[in-house]
Design a protein. Sequence first.
Length: 332
Amino acid sequence: MPRSSRSPVDQCDLPLPLRNLSAATDRFPASSAAWITCLACFLRTQAHQVLFNTCRCKLLFQKLMEKTGVLVLCAFGFWVFSMHLPSKMEVWQVSITCVCSFFVRMYQEKVRHHTGEIQDLRGNMTLLIAKLQLMEAMSDEQKMAQKIMKMIQGDYIEKPDFALKSIGASIDFEQTSATYNHDKARSYWNWIRLWNYAQPPDVILEPNMTPGNCWAFSGDRGQVTIRMAQKVYLSNLTLQHIPKTISLSGSLDTAPKDFVVYGMEGSPREEVFLGAFQFQPENIIQMFQLQNQPARAFGAVKVKISSNWGNPRFTCLYRVRVHGSSPYPKRD
């Protein structure tokens, strides 16, 4: 049949694949090989579209499954946490409470222990303070006793005494007044005198200051000469008398008053005036600085008393001390 007799097909009424196929048939000659080729192209195009859509859906599905899995896992974890959290919280609260209680008890024990130690320390401190106060009181008493002893013994002068009998000093009896003798100082048996209680002059060179242990001479004028164990550069002289409180007579009228000191050296005895002084019996120990101190050493000292404090019968000397310094030894 002639080609013009074929009924034409409207291209607009065909679907897109068929239109592509019709276009292919129009482009190629009408034969079976051409139709097969066009069909193969069509099928390949459809296969590509299907495969492309399938992969995209698969990726979408995988992503959806991943998101869904994560959500499910989160929901499951939240459910487990919400189910077990109260019990765990209770366990934790109990554990924390037990631990806190344990530490609180330990702290309380330490506080009680330290409180006891502090109380013991306070008690010890109180005892120490009491002991220190007692020691201070005792030390004050001891200091007072030592001061009294020094006043009795005359050690508070703190100067060397070159007139001590114990170091070799003695009395020059030729240059010393006679000792006062009186009836009360003598012992009798059937009117026969046995001994004399009057003390010799060298008693003034000893530190014994008991009442009555003194050297007495008649009246209110007399002298005593002390030979020292070595030559001395003289500087001071000290007189000592008992206090009125322990005097047997209750007065100090036998104490010396005005006296003069001489340094003696050479043969015949050369007397060098060293000073004139007055003794006040209210001060039981008095040290006098010599008014004249020549640059020479003396081997003896004379104390010449010219008055006492009112007793007309005798005058008492308890102790005489001589101070100074020894000559420097010669160097070769």
